[in-house]
Every structure is written in C-alpha cells, then in structure tokens.
Write a protein that binds this ligand. Structure first.
Ligand SMILES: Nc1ncnc2c1ncn2[C@@H]1O[C@H](COP(=O)(O)OP(=O)(O)OP(=O)(O)O)[C@@H](O)[C@H]1O
Length: 370
C-alpha cells in the first residue's frame, strides 16, 4: 500500500503531528475522529504544501467545503507548511446483510423504508431519501415494492415508463432525477396486485428486485408495502436488507404501528437504522409559529424505547406534497432549501448508521515523501 516508505526525519515527525491534529477532528455522523474512522488515506508533502487525501464511507458532498475549511484551519498552525490541499472522495462499504437471502448483483446495500401503517408519508420519505443520497454523491436506485399503492412512478415523474428487456432475462429500470427506478406499478395495475395473497405478492416483489438490470449501486432504497403482515415479513426474509428506516407520524396510533415494524425487523435480524417522524409539526404561514397538529414526541419516545436513532423530524408542509405529487420531489425541486437540508441530514445519518454496522477494515495511510 505504501510505495514510498518514510526515509526522512521531517516527514515522519510532520506526519505524526498532522495525524495528531486530524485525531482531534470528530466526524459528526460516525462519532469517531477522522483517523480512527479510517477516512485519512494519503498524506503527502510537496515543498511546503501538505496534500491530504480523505475518503468518506457515506455520501456528504455538500459538507466537503466546510470540512476542508475546518481541516485547513486546524492544520494551519503547523510551522512546517504554508498550504494545505485536501482531496475528498467517496467509497461506500458493503454491509453484510444478515440472513440467507442472496446479494443482488451490483447492489452494495439495500435500505428498506417501511411504515407500520399507510398514509404516513413512507413513499415521500423513501423518494426524498434516495434523492438526497444521490445528491450527496452516491449511486442510488429505488425499488417501489408498495403493491397497495405504488406511487414512485408519479413521484419521479415516470408514470408512462414501460420497462423493456434487452436480453430477454432482465428488465431495464427507468432513470429519473439521477436514480435508477423500478416499480411494481410499471408491471401490474393496482387492482391486480392488491388481490395477491402474501407469498405470491412477496414472490413477485423478489422477482422484480432480482430481474431488474440495476446499474452498480451504493444503495438500493426499497419503498416497502405498509404494515407488518405476511408480505412484509416474507419480503424482509427473502431480500438481503442491510438496514431499515421506519417512518411514522407523531400520534399514538401511528407510533404503535411503528413499534410493530421495529419488532418485525428485530425478529428477522434486520438492524433498524432509525426512525423518521413525518408531519411532525407545521409552521403557520400567517404567524410563523410551530404547531403540532398530530401531537408531539411520539417518534422520539419510540426511538428511546427501542434504542434506535431518531433520524429526523419533517414538517407537514404543502410544498412537500406539491413537489412529490408533481413528479419533482423537494430534494430536486428546491435542493438548497431548508426541507432538502433536512432530507440530506437524514441521508447522512442513515448512511453513517450503515457504516457503523459494517466490519471495520484495517486501512493503511499512504504517506508519501518526495
Ligand atoms: N411531510 C409532508 N407534508 C405534506 N404532505 C405530505 C408529507 N409527507 C407526505 N405527504 C403527502 O401525503 C400523501 C401520502 O404520502 P405517501 O404516499 O408518501 O404515504 P405512504 O405512507 O407511502 O402511503 P401508502 O403506504 O398508503 O402508499 C401524499 O399526497 C404526499 O404528498
């Protein structure tokens, strides 16, 4: 790994000082310092310019500038250097899913987005989460497995898409807003799918997953059917899900169902990456006050009770509905807005929670001295 062994006293002493400074920088999502989290991959000195190479295991492109600034400021105190050049890359590790289900070709990590009951905004969250992961630099796919109401075609503006097969074996996904997408809604009408019994529905969804010609993906987000019945249980057992996100609204009736969802994932050994509380509050358009039409604290209480992270709380906001129902979800419609920032924060936490599940790899830092 290290083609240039240290053969000079200064770089060795300097690299120790640099690593010691980098050890004081904590990554907020991995909760580790940059060195122990394995982010520092190369250190080089070119004259009095320190060249630093970082590789993140979760997508966070929008944070790069801020992080480079923080590192440059922290390293500026070193007398031996005048300049810092920092390059940042992304390499998402593959998390080994528990269970017997075979990995899907080209797909590193499957994230299931589920809800204990319908109508809480599961699909809206799944679509915006997938788009947020993609906007932060990852390669992302979305599988709409919600046989009761496949809404991804409308939400991504591809409702006229008809999948074709170029090899007679697999179907090509749709491509929209940078995502590869497949939906049960492209294949059958809602009336046809809703009469399928549990095993048949789960079988069709597994087939849809495996017979789609996915491009290489860091994440495949699955919009699961709502509920915790046979279909959801069978699907969770037959798909190599690395982690699940549970969406709820704050009221008791919804969080009781969310708890059932967490229990179901625990039963099949799928780690719950966290809870998203949707329609958590409403900001009054007249006076700007924060209102809680569906009560408060339900998601947080559930997260505490089951010891899973709270990934985010999203407002009840007409712009979210108009954007997603119009095929141009908030993360693409208003990428720099406050709500997109919240979806991106959920994406950072979700992806970092997955990293924290993966086996730590012993990484060497390439230290060059010329
Ligand atoms: N935070 C929000 N603010 C305003 N409207 C929202 C919000 N989240 C979702 N909606 C709207 O609520 C409706 C239901 O959302 P969605 O389809 O995502 O729910 P779901 O839980 O996936 O439902 P189902 O599982 O029954 O398909 C949609 O019209 C959507 O635009």
């Amino acid at each position: 790994m290290n083609p240039n062994p240290i053969n000079d006293q200064l770089p060795e002493a300097l690299s120790a000082k640099v690593l010691s400074i980098l050890s004081t920088q904590i990554d907020p999502f991995l909760n580790q310092n940059l060195v122990e989290a394995g982010l520092v991959r190369s250190l080089d000195l070119d004259g009095r310019c320190l060249k630093l190479g970082l590789v993140y295991p979760y997508p966070c492109q929008s944070k790069y500038r801020q992080r480079v600034m923080a590192l440059t400021n922290a390293l500026a105190k070193l007398e031996e250097i005048d300049e810092v050049e920092c390059e940042i890359g992304l390499s998402v590790p593959q998390v080994q899913a528990e269970g017997q289900a075979e990995a899907v070709k080209g797909v590193k990590n499957i994230v299931a987005v589920s809800s204990g009951k319908g109508g809480v905004g599961k699909s809206t969250t799944a679509v915006n989460l997938a788009l947020a992961l993609a906007s932060e630099g990852a390669r992302v796919g979305l599988l709409d497995a919600d046989i009761y109401g496949p809404s991804v075609p409308i939400m991504l503006g591809v409702n006229d898409f008809q999948p074709v097969s170029t090899d007679g074996k697999t179907m090509e996904p749709a491509f929209a807003h940078g995502l590869a997408a497949m939906s049960i809604g492209f294949m059958v009408t809602e009336d046809q799918a809703t009469v399928w019994r549990g095993p048949m529905a789960a079988g069709a969804l597994v087939q849809l997953l495996n017979e789609t010609n996915w491009p290489d993906l860091d994440y495949l987000v699955i919009d699961m059917p709502p509920g915790t019945g046979d279909i959801q249980l069978t699907l969770s057992q037959q798909v190599p899900v690395a982690g699940a996100v549970v969406v709820t609204t704050p009221q008791d009736i919804a969080t009781a169902d969310a708890r059932k969802g967490i229990t179901m994932f625990n039963k099949v050994n799928i780690p719950v990456l966290g809870i998203v509380e949707n329609m958590s509050y409403h900001i009054c358009g007249q006076c700007g006050s924060k209102e809680h039409p569906f009560g408060t604290g339900g998601g947080q209480a559930t997260a505490e009770r089951y010891d899973v992270p709270m990934l985010g709380e999203l407002p009840l906001n007409v712009a979210i509905r108009e954007a997603v129902d119009g095929g141009n979800p908030t993360v693409v419609a208003d990428p720099d807005g406050d709500i997109s920032a919240q979806y991106k924060a959920i994406a950072h936490k979700t992806a970092a929670a997955l990293v924290n599940l993966s086996e730590p790899t012993a990484l060497e830092i390439e230290i060059c001295d010329e």
